[in-house]
Design a protein. Structure first.
Length: 349
C-alpha cells in the first residue's frame, strides 16, 4: 500500500499542487502559534512539552484516524494516506522558485533571478554574481527536495510498515516546520509569536535527531544515482565544512545546532561530489520580512545561511541546475523501485 499511496500522492501533487497560503498550512501556523503562546514558559521542560504537543499530537491523531478508517474499510485508510502525503510530500511546494530562477538565468535575466532568490529566501541578493546565484539555488533546492520529498518518504515508509499509517509523514514535516517557523518568528520579533530559546533548542534538538537517518539515506541515494566515489569522498571529507552554523552563546545550543547543520552538510557535500560542483562559501544577508510568513514555506531561515568553507568541484553553472534536477528525479525513481519491491515482497509473503 505504501508504494501506491506515494505514487498517487505524487501524481495528484503534480497535476494539482497545493496553493500557497492554503487553509492547511494556515492551520499549521496557527497551531504552532497557539502552542508557543500557551505552553512556552521559557524553561527547558516547557520547551519539550510544547514541542511534544505541537508535533506528536497531530501524529497521534493521524494514526487514530488511520486505524478507524482501516476498521471500516482498507480503501478509506488508503485514501487517508494519499491525502496526508498530498499535503506533506511533493516537489511543487517549492519547485516554482527553482524553475523560475533557472528560466531567468537561461534568458540571461540575472536581475530577475536575484529578485526571485531574494523573495524565496528572504535575503539580500542584489549583488550576487551569476555563479553564486546558481550555487545558492542548488543548495536551497537540494535541501528543500530532501525535506519535502525524501525525508517524508523515509519516515512514512518506516512507520507505515509498522502499521502506523501516514503518521511518519506528519511527524517529519511538523518537526521541520516548527523548528523553522519558531526560529523565524523569534528573529522577526513579532509580538506574541516568538519562541523562547528553550523552545527553539528543544525543537532544534528533536529535528536534528529526527532528520539524522533520513539525511544520510538521501545522501546515499544521491551517491548511488550520481558519481558514487566522488559523493562518498565529499561526504567523508567535506560535510563538516557546513556544520559551523551561526554564532550562539551557549555550548549546549552550539552542540544541537551543529547536529542539525551536520545533517544538512552531509546532503550538500554528497551533492557536491555527485555532480562535481562547488558548494559552500559566503553567506547571504538575511532580510526578514514579517509579511513573508503568509506562505507556509516563506519563513525558511536556517543556520546554514552562515558562511561556510567551499567544497572542491567545478564553478556552479546553469547546466548544474539541470544536473540537480536529474539527480533528484533519479533518486525518486530509486525510492519508488525500492518501495515497489517491498510492497511486492509483502504481497507475496
Amino acid at each position: 500500500m505504501s508504494f501506491f499511496s506515494v505514487l498517487f500522492a505524487l501524481l495528484i501533487e503534480q497535476a494539482r499542487p497545493l496553493a500557497r497560503g492554503n487553509w492547511i498550512h494556515a492551520t499549521c501556523r496557527s497551531w504552532a502559534r497557539w502552542t508557543s503562546r500557551n505552553l512556552d514558559a521559557g524553561k527547558p521542560q516547557h520547551g519539550w512539552i510544547a514541542w511534544t504537543v505541537v508535533v506528536m499530537l497531530p501524529s497521534l491523531v493521524t494514526v487514530l484516524i488511520h486505524w478507524a478508517l482501516w476498521y471500516v474499510t482498507p480503501l478509506l485508510a488508503f485514501a487517508w494516506s494519499v491525502g496526508i502525503l498530498y499535503v506533506t510530500l511533493g516537489f511543487r511546494q517549492f519547485s516554482h522558485y527553482f524553475t523560475d530562477i533557472r528560466d531567468a538565468l537561461d534568458d540571461g535575466d540575472e536581475e530577475s533571478a536575484r529578485e526571485l532568490l531574494a523573495e524565496w529566501r528572504q535575503v539580500d541578493a542584489s549583488e550576487l554574481p551569476r555563479s553564486e546565484i546558481v550555487r545558492h539555488v542548488i543548495e536551497y533546492s537540494v535541501l528543500a527536495a530532501h525535506r519535502h520529498v525524501f525525508g517524508v518518504l523515509g519516515w512514512f515508509s518506516v512507520l507505515a510498515a509498522l502499521g502506523l499509517g501516514p503518521a511518519g509523514a506528519v511527524l517529519y514535516r511538523m518537526s521541520e516546520f516548527v523548528t523553522r517557523y519558531w526560529r523565524y518568528k523569534s528573529k522577526s520579533m513579532q509580538a506574541g509569536e516568538g519562541a523562547s530559546p528553550a523552545l527553539q533548542l528543544a525543537a532544534s534538538s528533536a529535528w536534528g535527531v529526527i532528520d539524522y537517518v533520513p539525511a544520510r539515506v538521501t545522501s546515499l541515494g544521491f551517491a548511488v544515482v550520481g558519481s558514487f566515489e566522488d559523493a562518498i569522498d565529499a561526504w567523508r571529507n567535506y560535510a563538516q565544512r557546513f556544520s559551523s552554523g551561526q554564532p550562539v552563546n551557549e555550548p549546549d545550543e552550539q552542540k544541537e545546532l551543529t547536529l542539525e547543520n551536520h545533517n544538512d552538510g552531509i546532503i550538500l557535500a554528497a551533492t557536491s561530489g555527485a555532480v562535481n560542483v562547488r558548494l559552500g562559501g559566503a553567506a547571504l544577508q538575511s532580510r526578514l520580512d514579517p509579511g513573508a510568513s503568509a506562505g507556509f514555506l516563506a519563513a525558511n531561515v536556517s543556520t546554514l545561511d552562515a558562511a561556510t568553507q567551499a567544497t572542491p568541484g567545478r564553478e556552479p553553472e546553469v547546466a548544474h541546475l539541470r544536473s540537480i534536477v536529474g539527480l533528484v528525479w533519479r533518486s525518486v525513481v530509486l525510492w519508488m523501485v525500492l518501495l515497489a519491491l517491498l510492497t511486492l515482497a509483502k504481497l507475496l509473503g
